[in-house]
Design a protein around this ligand. Sequence first.
Ligand code: 5IU
Length: 275
Amino acid sequence: SEPHRRTYAQRALHHKNPAAKLLLETIERKQSNLAVSVDVASTKDFLAIIDVVGPFVCLVKTHIDIIEDFTPSLITDLQALSAKHDFVIFEDRKFADIGNTVALQYSSGVHKIASWSHLTNAHPVPGPSIITGLSSIGLPLGRGLLLLAEMSTKGSLASGSYTEAAVQMARAHRDFVVGFIAQRRMDGVGAGPNEATTEEDFLVLTPGVGLDVKGDGMGQQYRTPREVVLESGSDVIIVGRGIYGKDPSLVDNIVAQAKRYKEEGWAAYLARIEP
Ligand code: 5IU
């Protein structure tokens, strides 16, 4: 069948990377293509939001370096919530340095990202050596990498031939690179006329998703789950402030928003796979 009409379950069977497989299986099991991005500064708020949205999401996206009172027990608690609620963990680290440095940043330091994050991401700007460096750490641990092929922000430089080069880099490293952060489906993008790309099935996770506002006054641009999943063929919607808003103590509102985005994302997916 056409790639955009395949179900998450069908696609899970064809992915060999354990993190990609886990994400597709989790989406199917929970009937949720919603990821929540938890960009808050305190451990207490971070864990509280994740415990509340956990039942509704396939994935939790973190920026671990935002946490002011970080201790290694935060990771143990995050992993316990991941097991309790059945979600995948994605540290949105946006690595961008030479291979040797990113390997150290990924494995070491205070955060030891590779030891707990199923997925992470990298800017393709240094070239293929960033993949080699990260893969030397992540592949033996069964981790997966997403390349930043596009961004949601106004004036993003990641477009056109840059985006095409990112997809070509991914094609050359299919064992570790499982897909992209992008605004649309990337299968076939930048492929030469003789390259067979109908079976490549990259995952696409899309941030910049919101139902109520068009932007945040700092360059962010929001599109709806329907635009992202149905019209642009993306696999996972990533929602931050649209779900947890300004006040993490408003639990009822967070639950209501998580349910709303989950339903919108799933309806858009069902509309996409329907013949
Ligand atoms: N994020 C984007 N756009 C991008 C990339 C990452 O918004 O192109 I790459 C991150 C930034 C933030 C989250 O952690 O996704 C979106 O949060 P809001 O939904 O609160 O805007």
